[in-house]
Ligand binder design. Structure first.
Ligand code: PAF
Length: 313
């Protein structure tokens, strides 16, 4: 599918082919399917930044230079509740296509709501159920969110039929749930979790960072600082990790904490007394001004002081 050699992509900056409808998408992917190439996929809601670019690079690495990488750009209405930022969510397709071009993406699927939801956003009768994990952490504050995410991801998987799909670890609960859906429903797609990309000062990249003014941008650093403090204290066990993270957040002006949690890597509750070396995940959500931000890091409990690797889950 890719005609330009991999190393000329950044020079030529060939724009990806854009499919506005599922029929156009099918037509663009037909040659790759005929040739038996693996299809790599990065679902997004647009407003693409360096973090998304890293997901595209990962998809390219997974499928190789000759196979197609597809990016979807679709602000999915069913994952926003009333009063959330659906209308305000940034829509920047031209700039998004530039990012995709730089990353050598072959096809961008940028559909209308009607193309994804022909019977309207509420018209899909059979929907994936996120189960109990859909109503804790992010789901505690956003009870309908993961139902909407799984619905659109299932539809996109059906339309793109990828072999590999790459999701960012920043939306860690989403990654865990999508992986679970792919396994439980035998969707035949490998779900890869790519490491969170951070600003040099630690702030996790997010399309919602554009809502922050300069002061809020500084205040938002408390989230990554808290997680880092938790990781640094993890050698002392779960309680020490949580206490260290909480101390940073307690001291953080302008940050309204939603949750700080320490879980297993699958987001299950930790045992009361986990053995040294137990893998865990520390997660935080908070409002800075009106912007809701999330972040997380992996850690090992009781495994000594220095832990720096964000890992690949
Ligand atoms: O992470 C996102 O951008 C969205 O939740 C996703 C996976 C593209 C579904 O709309």
């Amino acid at each position: 599918m890719t005609t330009a050699p991999a190393d000329s992509r950044t020079d030529t900056r060939t724009r990806p082919a854009v499919a506005r409808t599922r029929a156009e998408l099918a037509e663009l992917l037909a040659p790759a399917r005929r040739d038996g190439l693996r299809v790599g996929f990065v679902p997004t809601m647009g407003a693409l930044h360096v973090g998304h670019a890293s997901l595209m690079a990962r998809a390219r690495a997974e499928v190789g230079a000759q196979a197609p990488v597809v990016v979807s750009v679709f602000v999915n209405p069913t994952q926003f509740a009333a009063g959330e930022d659906l209308d305000a969510y940034p829509r920047t397709l031209d700039a998004d296509l530039e990012v995709c071009a730089r990353e050598g993406v072959d096809v961008v699927y940028a559909p209308t709501v009607h193309d994804v939801y022909p019977d309207g956003p509420e018209g899909t009768v059979v929907r994936p159920d996120p189960g109990p994990l859909g109503s804790v952490l992010e789901g505690g504050s956003r009870p309908t969110h993961f139902g909407g995410v799984l619905l659109v991801v299932a539809k996109l998987f059906g339309l793109v039929r990828p072999d590999v799909a790459v999701f960012g670890q920043k939306d860690y609960q989403q990654l865990v749930l999508v992986r679970r859906m792919a396994a439980d429903l035998c969707l035949g797609v490998e779900v890869v979790g790519a490491e969170t990309v951070r600003e040099p000062d630690g702030l996790a990249l997010s399309s919602r960072n554009t809502y922050l003014d300069a002061e809020q941008r500084q205040q938002a650093l408390a989230l990554s600082r808290a997680l880092r403090a938790g990781v640094d204290a993890a050698g002392g066990g779960a309680a020490a990790a949580l206490a260290a993270a909480r101390a940073v957040l307690d001291d953080a002006p302008g940050v309204e904490l939603d949750y700080l949690a320490l879980t297993t890597p699958d987001l299950a509750p930790l045992d009361a007394d986990p053995p040294p070396g137990t893998e865990a995940r520390i997660l935080v959500a908070a409002r800075v001004g009106t912007t809701r931000l999330i972040d997380n890091l992996p850690l090992h409990l009781g495994a000594g002081p220095a832990q720096t690797d964000e890992g690949d889950r």
